[in-house]
Write a protein that binds this ligand. Structure first.
Ligand code: DGI
Length: 143
């Protein structure tokens, strides 16, 4: 297992529930290190660009409405097998299928309002990190 970086979002419904810290604690308890983080309120253009692969799908406009409905936390997580590990912590996309103890089981309100995002591959992670962070905003741990 190699050390990887993945991109993560605490989505607007989870920020509204005031569980940013609870979610960060799950990442840290799993050994994932937060090496970049900020709060942003996406414009429609930013949300449409981030989810461009879903443009034209029936749920696209609702997804953009949701992702622009309030601020989000965006972060870069670093650790062994970080892409897969973060997906495990999040649980299945549809909260009805999410295992007990996962973020989506605990904090999702619906398939659209599913509390968290995590990159699905190393290639996606690289693209998504660059979408939100300049190189000098990602801070490797020096101690
Ligand atoms: O990588 P994921 O977030 O787990 O899933 P994804 O990249 O396939 O889809 C991005 C988001 O779009 C997902 O978190 C929730 C939403 N979504 C995906 N498929 C559907 C959907 N929303 C609705 N309402 N219906 C869908 O079929």
């Amino acid at each position: 297992m190699t050390v990887e970086r993945t991109f993560s979002i605490v989505k607007p419904n989870a920020v509204a529930k005031n569980v940013i810290g609870a979610i960060y604690s799950r990442f840290e308890a799993a050994g994932l290190k937060i090496v970049a983080a900020k709060m942003v309120h996406l414009t429609r253009e930013q949300a449409e660009g981030f989810y461009a692969e879903h443009k034209g799908r029936p749920f696209f406009d609702g997804l953009v409405d949701f992702m622009t409905s309030g601020p989000i936390m965006v972060q870069v997580l670093e650790g062994k097998d970080a892409v897969r590990r973060n997906r495990e912590i999040m649980g299945a996309t549809n909260p009805e299928n999410a295992l007990a103890g996962t973020l989506r089981a605990d904090y999702a309100d619906s398939l659209t309002e599913n509390a968290a995002h995590g990159s699905d591959s190393l290639e996606s992670a690289e693209r998504e990190i660059a979408y939100f962070f300049a190189n000098n905003e990602v801070c490797p741990r020096t101690r």
